[in-house]
Every structure is written in structure tokens, then in C-alpha cells.
Design a binder for this molecule. Structure first.
Ligand SMILES: NC(=O)c1ccc[n+]([C@@H]2O[C@H](COP(=O)([O-])OP(=O)(O)OC[C@H]3O[C@@H](n4cnc5c(N)ncnc54)[C@H](OP(=O)(O)O)[C@@H]3O)[C@@H](O)[C@H]2O)c1
Length: 254
């Protein structure tokens, strides 16, 4: 249950080694979040994130095995987190891969796997989370969409499509939970400097994991349903979303 000042006291991160996730749990732990459960793959950077959470003040920090593509395990794995830790105030879901459009086109199985990780695995997990949050009567779920999902570009439309699916799922889930004390926030960042984008040329209006984490905590405090990072992208993509296709093809040609 959030504390008297509305601060998150417990968080489950699906994709526990994420750079943005590390920035978020550090920020939350500094603001009295005492329980941090990092769920991810053994080879993920979860130990680094766990240490950052402890250094920032979290007193209960656990890492557990969660594989996005293993949808059959999600009910049990997530059920155990709620059974062990009681109420979970926030579930943050940064798991995802960016992949590469050329690699997706060369290997359609890889493209399908991107959907398994970025979309299907989070749909399955967040439906389990929603059931537990309904039982506890409160909570927030934060999903990582992307501007790439708002208007697909020809040079990364597979990734964009995975995010469009997740974004629509988040909106619908949020509407279905409205009035039950549970909120779903969809985050739409532009280019973020993280291990996901390492070595890539930064896109205009690039930002950092800390700025995304700040936008998430501000959004949670305000009860936002959609957060753009940076905020200016909301206006830019309002225009982009409405451009005729032939113009968009030219504008988005990089
Ligand atoms: N960085 C950006 O520019 C940007 C922009 C818009 C949206 N986003 C979205 O924001 C989220 C967080 O991004 P980030 O920048 O923090 O990237 P990140 O540091 O690469 O985090 C992604 C996390 O997902 C995990 N993951 C990948 N496949 C998985 C699987 N099959 N099962 C479980 N976990 C898996 C990764 O673990 P491993 O280390 O084991 O692979 C990693 O910890 C992502 O969903 C991303 O699409 C990022």
C-alpha cells in the first residue's frame, strides 16, 4: 500500500536488468520504496540493479527468474511474488528488445520472437498482475511503449508494431480497471541513451534513463495515463500521426 504521502512502497520490475528500470527503482528507493523485486533472466544485469536499489535505501531486494517468452510460467512466478511480499504497489514492465529491421526481414522467426518478448509476454504477465491487483484493491502498472509504436517507420516497423500492440493493450487494460483503484500508465519515450541503443546515432530529442524515471514518478503522482518523454514529443507526434502516408514516408526516411 502506498504510504501516507502517496509514495510507492513496493515494486515488481518485469525485465529487472533494464537501464531505465535501474533509474526508476533507484529513484523510488530514495523515496521510501522498501521492497524491490527484480524479475528477469539469469544472464540479465539484475545484480547491478539490486545493488543500486539497496544503496538507495531499499531494505528487501529480491531477484527472481522470469522469462518473457515462457508464458506458461507467468501465473506461478508472479503469483509467488504477491504471495511472498503481500501488496505490490507498482509493477513496472520494461522488458523488451529493439532488434534490427534488416535482421527481422532476413529472419521472420526473429521478428515473431520480438512480438513474444515485447508484446505477448507482457500481455500474459500483466493480466496475471491485474488479477492480483484486483484482489488487493489497488496498484499501478507501467508499460513501456515507444514513439515507434505511435506511427510506424519503414526502417523499424517490426519493433514499432510490437509497441503499438502493447500500447493498445495498456490503454484497454487501464480502461477495464478504471474505478477499481488500479491505474495503468503507458510511457512513450523517444530515443533513450541506454544499453538498448548503445552505439546508435541518437535521434532528435534524445533523453536519458533518469529523465524517463523522473517522468514516470511525476506521471504516477499526477495520475497520468500516458506519458511522453520528453513531453514535446506528444505535440510532434500529434502532427506526425496525422500526416498523409506519402509525406510520412519522406519525413521518416533517415
Ligand atoms: N532505450 C530506448 O531508446 C527506448 C525508447 C522507447 C522505448 N523503450 C522501451 O523501454 C523499455 C526499457 O528499455 P531500456 O532502454 O531500459 O532497455 P534495456 O536496458 O535493454 O532493458 C530491456 C530489458 O529487457 C530484458 N529482456 C529482453 N528479453 C527478455 C526476455 N525474453 N525475458 C525477460 N527479459 C528480457 C533485458 O534483459 P537482457 O539484458 O537479459 O537482454 C533488459 O533487462 C523497453 O521495453 C524498450 O523497448 C526504450
Amino acid at each position: 500500500m502506498r504510504d501516507a504521502l502517496g509514495e510507492v512502497q513496493s515494486v515488481l520490475v518485469l525485465g529487472g536488468g533494464s537501464d531505465i528500470g535501474r533509474a526508476l527503482v533507484t529513484r523510488l528507493a530514495r523515496r521510501r520504496c522498501h521492497t524491490v523485486v527484480l524479475a528477469g533472466r539469469p544472464e540479465d544485469d539484475m545484480d547491478v540493479v539490486a545493488e543500486a536499489a539497496r544503496n538507495a535505501g531499499a531494505t528487501t531486494v529480491e531477484t527472481i527468474h522470469w522469462e518473457a517468452t515462457d508464458v506458461g510460467s507467468h501465473d506461478k512466478v508472479i503469483g509467488e511474488v504477491f504471495a511472498t511480499h503481500g501488496d505490490i504497489d507498482l509493477v513496472y514492465a520494461p522488458a523488451g528488445i529493439l532488434g534490427d529491421q534488416a535482421a527481422f526481414e532476413a529472419d521472420p522467426e526473429f521478428a515473431a520472437k520480438a512480438f513474444d518478448i515485447n508484446t505477448t509476454g507482457l500481455v500474459s504477465s500483466c493480466l496475471v498482475v491485474a488479477r492480483h491487483m484486483r484482489e488487493q484493491g489497488h496498484g499501478a502498472i507501467v508499460l513501456m511503449s515507444s514513439v515507434a509504436g505511435v506511427r510506424a517507420r519503414k526502417d523499424n516497423f517490426v519493433y514499432g508494431a510490437t509497441k503499438a500492440g502493447l500500447d493498445a493493450f495498456g490503454q484497454g487494460l487501464g480502461d477495464s480497471l478504471a474505478g477499481e483503484g488500479i491505474r495503468v500508465m503507458v510511457v512513450r519515450p523517444g530515443f533513450v541513451h541506454s544499453k538498448m541503443t548503445e552505439g546508435m546515432e541518437a535521434a532528435p530529442f534524445s533523453t536519458t534513463p533518469d529523465k524517463v524515471a523522473e517522468a514516470i514518478t511525476n506521471g504516477l503522482a499526477k495520475g497520468s495515463e500516458t506519458v511522453w518523454v520528453p513531453g514535446l514529443l506528444a505535440y510532434l507526434f500529434f502532427v506526425f500521426r496525422n500526416l498523409p502516408r506519402p509525406i510520412w514516408r519522406k519525413v521518416s526516411d533517415r
